[in-house]
Design a protein around this ligand. Structure first.
Ligand SMILES: [Zn+2]
Length: 400
């Protein structure tokens, strides 16, 4: 893990003559959270729900209220630009939807921060406002029952005409994990998003009477599945100690207390930022499953059911964000995201990077999701600095 570095805090205002309005930013964030707001502090704004429609309408209205130009595309993504602006644009933003019983910050934070940044630049008459576009993407979470996995709005945008006018994309987001809090960092440059693979493993044995069949004579598919389940974690950690895995689904057939399972299926998911680890784990899972099946007089089939590639963000844009973090101040680091984001879609088309602030207790997709106001403001300032740095030609600015 990279060593966090500390730089002295520098006032945004003093450097660029443009600053976000902290109070307005936090007020807007609170208002957005009230749309679909729950008594426990969480938010229900699942894409396509009445609250989601109301939330996106409010966001578009706030863009107009600031004297900016709003635009809503066919799928429901909401955009804002300064009047008289022209492309190619640096696009900044995140998503407007939440999971059911989600938190107030996931998606909303990066969306409202983008609004505040364009508003502040526009009010200050800063040239960066003329080539900046903000976005609140529709349905990132894929939490609707009919959803096929989320990233709906960003995927639609990238397959349309709109992406042609975009020169780069930056997304500010909460970390949604405990790594930054543990490292004591306030800002993180995200270098990429881990790859995610899922495997369906099915063991085939022989259904039989659970009382009359001697233990030694069974072909118990359930026992094979449980043995494999306990062996996958040591296997992946032996390959790469930063890898994470999960077995979130297991099924016995026929599934009765007095019947030896003749068939058992489990789904193994893992995530890693290392292509080697993903390939090696795939190879070892196959061998481990076969060995485990043989152990229990069963046979097995291993099928890869999904494979989300590793996303590598643009190194030059990551450097621009890192310089911006240094100007903003606070302890910072570089890390990988273990959660998926709209940025992974944009990264397939334009230079892309992300910026994280810590999540209190590492909690997300929960009403308990939280980050301090000071951290939220710092992240917003760092994104503002990134926008200014990008507009100024980050390479030139660094050389001077
Ligand atoms: Zn999100």
């Amino acid at each position: 893990m990279p060593t966090p570095t500390t730089t002295p805090t520098t006032m945004t205002t003093a450097l660029n003559g443009v600053s976000i309005c902290e109070e307005r930013f936090l007020d807007d964030l609170a208002h957005f959270a009230s749309i679909g707001g729950r008594p426990d502090g969480g938010v229900d704004r699942v894409a396509g729900s009445a609250a989601d429609v109301a939330g996106r309408a409010w966001f578009a209205q706030r863009i107009a209220d600031a004297g900016l130009v709003r635009h809503v595309d066919a799928i429901g993504n909401v955009f804002g630009t300064a009047p008289g602006s022209e492309g190619p644009y640096l696009l900044i933003g995140s998503h407007t939807d939440t999971v059911p019983a989600g938190g107030r910050l996931d998606g909303a934070y990066g969306t409202i921060a983008a609004l505040e940044i364009l508003r502040a630049l526009h009010e200050a008459g800063h040239p960066a406002a003329r080539s900046l576009r903000i976005v609140g993407f529709f349905d990132e979470e894929g939490a609707r029952p009919e959803s096929t996995g989320g990233l709906t709005g960003s995927t639609a945008f990238c397959s349309g005409e709109g992406i042609r006018d975009v020169s780069a994309f930056l997304e500010l987001h909460i970390e949604q994990g405990p790594r930054m809090e543990a490292a004591g960092t306030e800002l993180a440059v995200v270098e990429g998003i881990v790859g995610v693979q899922r495997f369906s493993v099915t063991f085939f044995g022989e259904t039989n009477h659970a009382g009359t069949t001697p233990m030694a004579g069974r072909a118990d598919a359930g026992r094979a599945a449980m043995k494999l389940a306990s062996r996958v974690q040591p296997m992946v950690l032996g390959i790469d100690r930063d890898m994470v895995m999960n077995i979130g689904f297991i099924e016995f057939v026929p599934g009765a207390p007095n019947v030896v399972p003749g068939e058992a299926r489990l789904v193994v998911e893992w995530r890693s930022g290392s292509p080697y680890a993903l390939t090696e784990a795939t190879r070892e899972l196959d061998a481990l499953a076969r060995w485990t099946a043989a152990d229990e007089s069963c046979t097995v089939s291993v099928e890869r059911i999904s494979d989300k590639r590793i996303t590598e963000f643009d190194p030059a844009l990551c450097d621009t964000v890192e310089r911006a973090c240094r100007i903003t101040g606070g302890r910072q680091e570089r890390l990988l995201s273990y959660a998926g984001h709209d940025a992974s879609v944009l990264a397939q088309h334009v230079p892309t990077a992300m910026l994280f602030v810590p999540s209190r207790g590492g909690v997300s997709h929960s009403p308990k999701e939280d980050t301090s106001d000071a951290q939220l403001v710092r992240g917003c300032q760092a994104l503002l600095q990134s926008v200014i740095g990008y507009g100024a030609g980050a390479g030139d600015a660094d050389a001077s």
